[in-house]
Structures are given as C-alpha cells and as structure tokens.
Design a protein around this ligand. Structure first.
Ligand code: AP5
Ligand code: MG
Ligand code: ZN
Length: 214
C-alpha cells in the first residue's frame, strides 16, 4: 500500500505517519525530515536547503524528488510507503508518478487532513520532539507521560524546529495554499482522495485513517 498524507503545516502528517508506522509496519517518507537530516549533516543539499527552509519557502523540485527516489530504491518492495510532505507541487506529483512506476508501485490513497488554519499556529509553536528517537510531542496536546522523559526511548533531551515560529508558519501556509492545495484535483480525478477531519483529537484521526486503509 502506498499513500500520501496531504495537509498544511501542523495538520498532523508527521504525527499520523508515526502512528501508521507503528501499527502497520509501513515506512514514513518525509521530505522535511530528510532535508533536516541533510542540514544537520551539512551535506551540499543541506547547505542549499537551509536558508530556504528557515524562510518557510519550498526547496527545489529536483532535490526533493531525488531524495524520495533514493529512499524508495533502498526499500523492500513489500513495505508500504507513506509520503509525508511530498509531493508539494504539480511538478513533484508528476515526478512521483514516474518514480512509483519505476518501482512497480501505485498510489492507493491520498488522505487530505482538513484543518482550521487558525488553530495550526498554536499546534506548531507548541511542537517539540525527542532529540534521540524523533518521537513528536506538543506542549499542550501530547506531553510525555513522565515530564521531561521520552515515552519511547527514555531520553531526556528534546528539540524544536527553527522554522516553527509564527512568521515562518504564515509563509509555509501561504506556500501550501499557492502550490500544494492545487495538486488535489489531480488525485480527485483518479478518485483516490479521502478527506479526514484533522481537527479531531489525534487518536480519532488515526481511527479514521485506519478505516480508510482497511
Ligand atoms: P515539513 O517538515 O514537511 O513541514 P510542514 O509541511 O510545514 O509540516 P509540519 O511538519 O510542520 O506539520 P505536520 O503536518 O507534520 O504536523 P505534526 O504532525 O508535526 O517541511 C519543512 C520544510 O521543508 C518546508 O517548509 C520546505 O522548506 C521543505 N520541504 C519539505 N518537503 C518539501 C517538498 N516536498 N518540496 C519542497 N520543499 C519541501 O503536528 C504538529 C503539532 O501538532 C505536533 O506537536 C502534534 O503533536 C500536534 N498535533 C498533531 N495532530 C494533532 C491533533 N489532531 N490535535 C492536537 N494536536 C495535534
Ligand atoms: Mg511534519
Ligand atoms: Zn525518544
């Protein structure tokens, strides 16, 4: 099974991907995570991407499609893929079709997380994650069970993203509206889009997605 999770910044793409990975053994392919890893490792791609990401704008289509292609290349053909934050432009959507075809895969579902943009800023500025294993949390909506200790791995260091400030979030939302939302009709025409209320609580959103996938 291959699925796309679509939605603006803070919609819950990463949160729901992690849950599907745990429950279904699928693999999360997040271009945002791949780019942040490249920035951290100071690779040539990371060096080019850093300023663009910090501004909340989109990195070039060639770079992100190459990252996705390399990840799929290395994946077991039986493992399902969750595309998180990719594709984000019409050019990327066309590239994904080619990449999938090359690997004998096809898209089963595009899940659009429908959210109220006004609530997203609060979600994003409250977000943090485990510095060791990457498990995502939120200051209000998803705190670790034991204060200051990661539920998954027990680490005590956490981190926040440099682009998670209100000004950058506004730019990221504008990019989503201008470049990403317009690709939905491509998938609507294929009859594979399901819309999920992303404002429901985290567990309820997962249940809805599970129902669509099964
Ligand atoms: P990326 O990392 O993809 O960021 P994004 O799209 O802005 O999305 P987020 O990760 O902010 O949101 P999310 O939907 O994953 O929300 P989350 O689950 O964490 O991209 C970053 C940058 O990289 C881009 O700006 C761009 O520069 C570049 N980039 C990446 N991909 C690219 C591409 N394909 N092309 C070009 N450039 C690219 O949830 C947010 C918070 O809310 C969490 O704290 C969570 O706990 C909480 N939460 C989640 N769901 C709920 C809920 N239902 N109720 C309450 N709280 C919730
Ligand atoms: Mg994310
Ligand atoms: Zn952890």
């Amino acid at each position: 099974m291959n699925i796309i999770l679509l939605g603006p910044p803070g919609a819950g793409k990463g949160t729901q991907s992690q849950r599907l990975v745990d429950r279904r053994g699928m693999r999360q392919l997040s271009t945002g995570d791949m780019l942040r890893a490249a920035v951290k490792a100071q690779t040539p791609i990371g060096q080019r991407a850093k300023a663009v990401m910090d501004a909340g704008e989109l990195v070039s289509d060639e770079i992100v499609s190459a990252l996705i292609s390399a990840e799929l290349e290395a994946m077991d053909e039986d493992t399902g893929a969750i595309f998180d934050g990719y594709p984000r432009t019409a050019v990327q959507a066309a590239a994904l079709d080619e990449i999938l075809a090359k690997h004998g895969r096809s898209l089963d579902h595009v899940i659009e997380l429908e959210v109220n943009e006004d609530a997203l800023v609060e979600r994003i500025v409250g977000r943090f994650s485990c510095a060791n294993c990457g498990k995502g949390y939120h200051d209000i909506f998803e705190r670790p069970k034991v204060e200051g200790v990661c539920d998954v791995c027990g680490a005590t260091e956490f981190k926040r993203r440099p682009d998670d400030n209100e000004e950058t979030v506004r730019t990221r939302m504008a990019e989503y509206r201008a470049k990403t939302a317009p690709i939905l009709p491509i998938y609507d025409a294929q009859g594979i889009v399901s819309r999920v209320d992303g404002m429901a609580d985290i567990e309820a959103v997962t249940d809805r997605i599970e129902a669509i996938l099964s």
